[in-house]
Design a protein around this ligand. Sequence first.
Ligand SMILES: [Zn+2]
Length: 247
Amino acid sequence: MEDCLIKSKPTISPKKVVIVDSQIAPLLTGYRKVDGGYEYWSKLENRMIFERDIERVVDKGGKLSLSNKNISNFSQISQWYTDLELSTITSLIIPNNKLRSFEGIEAFPNLEELDISFNLFDNPDLLQKTELASIDVVILKGNPFEQKISSEKIILSKNFVINSPPPCAECKCNRSPAMVENYGVLCKNCHASKKLKEAVEGISLYPQPSFIEQLFKSLGKLLEALGIKGTLIAIVIIYFLYVTKCG
Ligand SMILES: [Zn+2]
């Protein structure tokens, strides 16, 4: 048998983020941009406050692609990495290799996608392996057991893919029948971020964002102008006004 062709440590795709400016600091007076965020002087706390920039993830990374490497065992991949590194791998794309067993797949605890298309898997019973159940998409096409699955009419779990459903309309990633059923035209991740975005927009629609900004600005300026003593006096006055009006 030919040797595995991985001769040096393969690179796991890195996470990519873009820096989005902090939302609150610019609304206060006297802020300045510093490395990694904003700084502003708080009269209230009598110190400089550092507010970190917000990172927005544009690519979550964690992808490892190794095709045509004569891989016949998952340990030929996992041996290059520490447990911590293995835990960052979410997508393992290894088509056109010589795998026929899932032995050693437990070394990759956080897989969301596994592409083992065009390998040598021939026994459909192997698909019962518990580690496979937690992976969102397992691409099986082009393996010898594909024939058995269709001739013996074996019903596959909905995270297994032989005939690929249309890719995600947003990120173009591979999807499983389960995703088509649960998320329409999206994948699990895009569906989750869409829901999150909707929730955030729902909050900021009422009251109007400009009103909130104005409120923060005025409040910030007021507190700065008053200082600690002034703020305490103001609170006391407001309290007495409240008591006399309600009492
Ligand atoms: Zn997507």
